[in-house]
Design a protein around this ligand. Structure first.
Ligand code: ADP
Ligand code: MG
Length: 554
């Protein structure tokens, strides 16, 4: 037997009400998006010639009536005939938006699943709809429903085109009659919607946000101003990437590289996700690779559905493509800045380095590209750089400043190939994790002609561990991990006349009486050229002892 599953409406309603959305707040986003869609559709029908009525200033108005305990969302968009009300509102999960998109290929429509309207019942005991279609000779239509499967539908007199939705707010949802609450929700979800929204006679949205505009029309100041709008407390960003993809998915947005200070806790969850200018979430974990969550800004993609769960997002193929695309864009931008203005790149490395290293650890695709622009800072060597005055700045003079020296991985290898490969032919990267306390070791290594780099940030331990696995034939050696002669394990000409056992014994003999002096004893054997036994004591330890007034010179 074959047949059709039947749904008992009395049962399905409470389920929709309860489980459709985790947050009740969402109802306002849904109703305002429907009003936006109604206006957007009318625009499209005007372009296609199907709408003959005067378009006028399209707008959405939100208002509260505390006494009547109602919240009203009104628009002068497309409106509905009574057949349409029956089709769109009386049929749960029938999306008029989807139908419209299929017919008109209108990508700016927000609606999708045909469930948004019902979110009104999460906060309202009763919903009333007053609507009139744009179509010639249309009559006004009234629809109301108290959340049960029964509705009322009849003709009324209505002068103006469009739809007014009146929510009779339930007792337990009284917060939605507070102006502050509604203002905050509009600010959160509707701030950048394309059709003007008014609340208390004030427009609440920027209908033309920066990321929807052409990069060629925008100045640096525009980007900085927009950043301020998103993060009023934030310091100016270092640079930004304007995303604009049409195929195989749609994606626009602006990502900012913020200044990251070592001493500050790193702030994640700063990127906001939009779908056709409607705010969706600021938890972008599934959309943006983890390391890029350090960035700030906005991503807008109608291909990331509004109403779906996080676990769904993870498996969504568009989301995975978007993820890969953003990673590539960021890598390309970093590469471009590095090649075009290396000085600028080096100056910003304190902030950039954290993002780059995090990315190299977690994303192999990024690692591939980042190998070319990762830079390693020399622990002490400085280079001089000439800074020319900016054009038009007459007073300023050319200055020469001293800046840290940086190597790419390749440059470091080239500079140290003769001195810093061990007996297995491995490249040794000598580093200091604390240039102050390890100062003596750094100096000793440099005197020997080695190049020591600075890896002293929070992420560096993880970075070192990961790169030892990912970079073939490379070892990181901390500069104070052994006496300078042993840092690079070179081929020894083993002319010692002592066996290994005998050497150890001899070492013990020397070490025992001076163990409290923190010396390292090395038994070289009995060759003519070198001292048979060398005892060394780190400069740092000696100074410590001297300061404490103990121990003497060696
Ligand atoms: P969706 O927006 O996903 O299609 P909704 O449940 O939010 O689903 O809305 C169902 C349908 O009701 C819409 O597609 C639209 O056809 C109609 N509708 C809802 N609100 C309005 C409105 N303000 N003006 C005109 N039509 C509307
Ligand atoms: Mg909708």
């Amino acid at each position: 037997e074959k047949g059709q599953i039947r749904v008992q409406t009395e049962n399905i309603f409470p389920i929709i009400k309860k489980f459709l959305y985790s947050e009740h707040d969402i109802f306002l986003r849904e109703l305002v998006s429907n009003a936006q869609d109604a206006c957007q559709k009318l625009k499209t029908l005007t372009v296609s010639g199907e709408n003959k009525s005067e378009l006028g200033d399209l707008k959405v108005t939100v208002s509260i009536d505390k006494e009547a305990k109602t919240l009203t969302i009104a628009d002068n968009g497309i409106g509905m005939t009574s057949e349409e009300v029956d089709k769109y509102l009386n049929q749960v999960a029938f999306s008029g938006a989807e139908e419209f998109v299929q017919k008109y290929k209108d990508a700016s429509i927000i609606g999708h699943f045909g469930l948004g309207f019902y979110s009104a019942f999460m906060v309202a005991e009763k919903v009333e709809v007053f609507t009139k279609s744009y179509k010639d000779g249309s009559k006004g239509v009234y629809w109301s429903c108290d959340g049960s499967p029964e509705f009322e539908l009849y003709e009324i007199d209505k002068d103006d085109r469009g739809t007014k939705i009146v929510l009779h707010i339930g007792e337990e949802s009284a917060e939605f009659l507070e102006e502050n609450k509604i203002e905050a929700l509009l600010e959160k979800y509707c701030k950048f919607l394309p059709i003007a929204i008014f609340f208390n006679d004030k427009q609440v949205n920027d209908t033309n946000p920066l990321w929807t505009r052409k990069p060629s029309e925008l100045t640096d100041q525009d980007y900085i101003d927009f950043y301020r709008k998103l993060y009023p407390m934030g310091e100016a960003p270092l640079f930004w990437i304007h995303l604009n993809v049409d195929y195989p998915f749609k994606l626009t947005g602006v990502l900012y590289f913020p200044k990251i200070k070592q001493s500050y806790e790193i702030q994640k969850d700063k990127i906001q996700l939009y779908s056709n200018q409607v705010f969706v979430t600021d938890e972008v974990k599934e959309i943006v690779p983890e390391f890029l969550m350090l960035l700030h800004g906005v991503i807008d993609s109608p291909d990331i559905p509004l109403n779906v769960s996080r676990s769904y997002l993870q498996g969504d193929s568009n989301v995975r493509k978007i993820n890969a695309h953003i990673t590539k864009k960021v890598a390309d931008k970093l590469d471009e800045i590095f090649r075009q203005n290396r000085n600028d790149f080096e100056d910003k490395w304190e902030s950039l380095g954290i993002v780059v290293k995090y990315g190299m650890i977690t994303e192999d695709k990024f690692l591939e590209k980042a190998n070319k622009f990762l830079i390693l800072q020399d622990a002490s060597e400085k280079v001089e750089r000439t800074i020319e005055p900016k054009e038009g700045d007459e007073k300023a003079e050319t200055t020469i400043v001293s800046k840290p020296k940086f190597y790419t991985f390749e440059e470091y290898k080239t500079a140290t190939s003769a001195t810093q490969t061990n007996k297995e032919g491995k490249q040794i990267i000598l580093y200091t994790s604390d240039p102050v306390s390890q100062d003596t070791y750094v100096k000793a290594a440099e005197t020997k002609g080695y190049k020591v780099i600075l890896l002293d940030t929070l992420i560096d331990t993880a970075f070192i561990n990961n790169m030892e696995m990912k970079w073939e034939n490379t070892s990181f050696v901390r500069v104070d991990s052994d006496i300078v002669d042993n840092l690079i394990d070179k081929q020894e000409n083993s002319d010692s006349v002592l066996s290994k056992d005998e050497s150890e014994k001899l070492k013990g003999l020397f070490e025992a009486p001076i163990s409290d002096l923190h010396v390292t004893v090395e038994v070289k054997g009995l060759s003519q050229e070198t001292a048979p036994v060398i005892a060394t004591r780190p400069e740092f330890m000696r100074r410590m002892k001297d300061m404490a007034g103990v121990g003497g010179g060696m």
